[in-house]
Write a protein that binds this ligand. Structure first.
Ligand code: HEM
Length: 204
């Protein structure tokens, strides 16, 4: 069965009726949370999984364990530092994507997101003063097959530099990253096709 493995969330009452995972996703998953989207988010979720070669259950297997408790903040910070240090040396992508973003800030943005998304404290929301809404946060950046593959390439370099991430955690993270990268690619396409941002409510 795909997806809604989380609908039996025992904390639903504490999360405004939403499931824990839906809340986590809304705070930093595939966009999640709230209505009024101008495109079909479920279809984009599914399409992203297909493009990543995964089922949605696999893509969201990060929700089956608390990776924050398992790995700790130091390890996530080490991962984000390795990831962005590598990406920022990739000249054409640095020029196209990151030139106006201080390295330290990008690193902090990422580890605070990962900590929150992987079951830790709401660091990203605190840092940014609002939920992750990844699609919206990426609307100014070109998320396409090339940049997604580059993002995933640098994540592999980072994994190699952080042996503290055990194989099981790495697999869950890799699947989530792959799904998220294609979610951003397919989500941008869907928003464009639906004419989002042209007088219609935006979402994601
Ligand atoms: C598909 C290719 C992607 C591109 C081209 C891309 C590009 C960017 C750029 C240019 C930024 C701004 C740098 C900063 O200030 O942090 C950014 C921010 C961010 N990205 Fe991505 N990204 C991609 C995929 C991903 C994926 C797969 C994830 C997570 C799994 C992710 C997580 C984030 C987060 C958490 C931020 C910070 C957002 C904020 O501060 O508002 N990105 N991305």
């Amino acid at each position: 069965m795909a997806v809604r493995a989380f609908t039996r969330c025992p904390f639903a009452a504490l999360t405004g009726g939403r499931t824990l995972a839906a809340t986590k996703r809304g705070g930093g998953g595939g966009g999640g949370g709230g209505g009024g989207r101008c495109f079909d988010k479920d279809a984009v979720d599914q399409k992203a999984a297909e493009r990543a070669g995964l089922t949605l259950d696999e893509a969201w297997s990060v929700d089956e364990v608390n990776l924050y408790d398992r790995l700790g903040l130091d390890t996530l910070q080490k991962f984000s530092t390795a990831f962005y240090t590598s990406f920022y040396k990739d000249k054409p992508y640095y020029e196209a994507l990151f030139k106006t973003h201080p390295l330290e800030q990008s690193i902090e943005n990422q580890w605070s997101f990962l900590a929150q998304r992987f079951g830790g404290p709401q660091l990203f929301n605190e840092l940014k003063g609002g939920p992750a809404q990844m699609l919206r946060r990426h609307e100014d950046y070109p998320c396409n097959d090339t940049t997604a593959e580059r993002w995933l390439h640098h994540s592999q370099i980072a994994f190699e530099q952080v042996p503290e991430i055990d194989d099981d955690s790495r697999l869950r993270m890799e699947r989530f990253f792959k799904w998220m990268a294609y979610f951003l690619v397919e989500g941008q396409k869907a928003r464009k096709e639906a004419g989002c941002g042209q007088g219609r409510r935006q979402g994601g």
